[in-house]
Design a protein around this ligand. Structure first.
Ligand code: F6P
Length: 368
């Protein structure tokens, strides 16, 4: 039996995507493994996520060449070293009730002779994979989101590299913050979950960390900064997640636009916090929005390893006919869980009891 695997990446890009594509391809086409398998594979990459599979005209060779790329071991050999996704990405939702293109998607999958789809993405991309699975199309998922908020897995690709970017940038800020005795407010990504702000803030020793899970009180935040004044420390770093909210207020959005999945773009909380600190305390304060820098650059060692392991697991899942599931990390081991659980459980947010100190506005100082 010969199966055609199509790999695609959807949602915000992240380091680790190219590695996952590489390891799906290499594992599927590995000649040693192929000799022992009852099934053989060919692998194609779909350009621009679900958008590519919706837009393609399978009967038009030009359109096929634009949207589909044949993948072999030689093509993907060096991909794991590079960030972003060589297959491109989009936030297209073929099941958007306002513009439902799911029928076209399903027909295209059939006409292209695709037997299995490996979807690499977060809740939205994998939500589409789950819908397709329910309609009888074979799909497997690989978790990716720098926010690390996908349910059912301890790790999603991109998170570790993003935390390292936050740490490196805060290290850089410290010298200038110290020279000028300034407070710096650093805004991280993390739409609904505070993992990036929490881990990034903890590993760089930030004085205050504000996360979406715990609306903060501006007066208390200023008191914390004032308590610190006069000690040997000349500056403070405040890390704030883009989704964090002051008590009684909503998230800060860039504009009123929404994407195909109904999400708004967040951003701007750092400026608000910096302005309020300066107004209320008189401390000179600056802010910095790290934005897409957190998704850039080459993947960290952890992201390369996890991309490799998730990619290999995805092919194992196909061979074992474990469709409608996502490769995942559970208690430190690679396994797989039903996409249904990923999509219906809600996001994995910071457990305040275990991880957050509501008085200090920082990570807990008691672990065991
Ligand atoms: O979902 C991942 C994420 O990086 C969020 O942290 C952030 O809110 C969003 O993507 C930004 O998306 P875009 O690339 O569309 O601006």
């Amino acid at each position: 039996m010969a199966l055609r695997i199509a790999v695609l990446t959807g949602g915000g890009d992240s380091p680790g995507l190219n590695g996952a594509i590489k390891w799906v391809t290499k594992t599927a086409l590995d000649p040693r493994l192929a000799a022992r398998r009852a099934v053989s594979f060919s692998v194609v990459g779909v350009m621009d996520g679900w958008k590519g599979l919706v837009d393609i005209d399978p009967d038009d060779p030009v359109s096929r060449a634009r949207h589909i790329q044949n993948l072999d071991e030689e093509t993907v050999r060096t991909w794991d070293r590079y960030g972003g996704t060589n297959l491109g990405t989009s936030r297209t939702n073929p099941f958007n009730p306002k513009n439902d293109r799911s029928q076209r998607l399903i027909e295209n999958i059939e006409n292209l002779g695709i037997d299995v789809i490996v979807a690499i993405g977060g809740e939205d991309t994998l939500g589409v994979a789950y819908q397709l699975h329910k309609l009888g199309i074979k799909t497997v998922g690989i978790p990716k989101t720098i926010d690390n908020d996908l349910a059912g897995t301890e790790y999603s690709l991109g998170f570790d590299t993003a935390v390292n970017v936050i740490m490196e940038e805060i290290d850089r800020l410290r010298t200038t913050a110290g020279s000028h005795s300034r407070i710096f407010v650093v805004e991280t990504m993390g739409r609904h979950a505070g993992w990036l702000a929490l881990y990034g803030g903890e590993c760089s020793g930030a004085f205050i960390i504000l996360i979406p899970e715990y609306p903060f009180n501006m007066d208390h935040l200023c008191e914390l900064l004032q308590e610190r004044e006069g000690r040997e420390i000349r500056y403070s770093i405040v890390v704030v997640s883009e989704g964090a909210k002051p008590l009684g207020m909503k998230e800060f959005v860039k504009d009123m636009k929404t994407d195909d999945f109904g999400h708004q773009s967040l951003g701007g909380i750092a400026r608000y916090v910096a302005d309020e600190i300066e107004k209320r305390t008189g401390f000179e304060t600056r802010y910095l929005i790290l934005s897409h820098l957190q998704r850039g650059g080459s993947p960290s060692a952890r992201d390369r390893l996890m991309a490799r392991r998730f990619g290999i697991a995805a092919v194992d899942m196909i061979i074992n006919e474990d469709f409608g599931r996502m490769a995942s990390l559970v208690r430190g081991e690679i396994t797989s869980i039903p996409l249904k659980e990923v999509v219906t459980q809600g996001l994995k947010v910071v457990d305040l009891e275990r991880h957050y100190d509501r008085e200090r506005y920082n990570g807990r100082r008691s672990i065991l």
